[in-house]
Design a protein around this ligand. Structure first.
Ligand SMILES: O=P(O)(O)OC[C@@H](O)[C@@H](O)c1c[nH]c2ccccc12
Length: 254
């Protein structure tokens, strides 16, 4: 993941990570969608695993999750499907899943299966830093990055701790709330990002609410790039692929 990110950043670009829900539109859509995002220039792709009880997901992501669950999509199926087509996709793949499905799968088998499927990183929103040892040792052994989320409300001390512990990139949440497209952002994020960048060894990406090319430009300029979920899911559903390309291109500085 580091080489790919460095290459993007050295070219003067910021990073762009689209989020999609695995199995939205049927499991058959997974590989074609990953290939499309890869070819459109995604720096990495965040792949959500559908789950019945999400915590931080806003309405768009929840609906996408429900659609995937009603298609009968399972974690095993997502891993198998990814494995069958992984070599066609250049971009690093990051799984976003809550801890419960991992427990159910079995931690050791989960790690060895995702490694075999070519997964490069993991985001587990409900796994606190203090509990990361549950899985981090096996992940480290296979060089799978455990990406940390940092919220706006954490104390300076806590922010620093999380920033230092994050691998792959640091996911800086830009709002006090849940995921979902929005019009604007309330807080001045400049200082927040400044201190995160000072503490972090990895790129700092902004995520939550980013939904226009202006947002992508603004957020990219204060950090190292962006994660966009709800807007991407919405555009994929409407098959507005040119709009997705414009969003991805908006992180280019030249
Ligand atoms: O949808 P948004 O507002 O563009 O935000 C990205 C977000 O959806 C994605 O990264 C994500 C989906 N579910 C999550 C749970 C926790 C943290 C992050 C996520």
């Amino acid at each position: 993941m580091k080489e790919i990110f460095d290459k993007d950043l050295e070219q003067g670009n910021k990073l762009f990570i689209p989020y999609i829900m695995a199995g939205d539109g049927g499991i058959d859509q997974l590989l074609p969608t990953l290939e499309f995002l890869d070819q459109s220039g995604a720096s990495a792709i965040e792949l959500g695993i559908p789950f019945s009880d999400p915590v931080a997901d806003g309405p768009t992501i929840q609906e996408a999750g429900k659609r995937a669950l009603s298609e009968g999509v399972t974690l095993h199926q997502v891993i198998e499907t990814l494995k069958s087509g992984r070599e066609k996709i250049k971009a690093p793949i990051i799984f976003m899943t809550y801890i419960n499905p991992i427990f159910k799968y079995g931690i050791e088998s989960f790690v060895s299966d995702i490694v075999e499927a070519g997964v490069d990183g993991l985001i587990i929103p409900d796994l606190p830093l203090e509990q990361k040892e549950l899985i981090s040792e096996s992940l480290d052994a296979h060089e799978v990055a455990l990406i940390q989320l940092v919220s706006l409300t954490s104390s300076e001390e806590r922010k620093k701790e999380i920033a230092q512990a994050s691998q792959g990139f640091l996911y800086a949440i830009t709002v006090n709330g849940i995921t979902g497209a929005r019009k604007n952002f309330e807080v001045d994020l400049q200082k927040h990002f400044q201190s995160l960048k000072e503490a972090s060894k990895v790129p700092v990406l902004a995520g939550f609410g980013i939904s226009t090319t202006d947002h992508v430009r603004d957020m990219s300029s204060i950090g190292d790039g962006v994660v966009v979920g709800s807007k991407i899911i919405d555009l994929l559903q409407k098959n507005e692929r040119d709009e997705i390309q414009s969003l991805i291109d908006a992180r280019k500085t030249k």
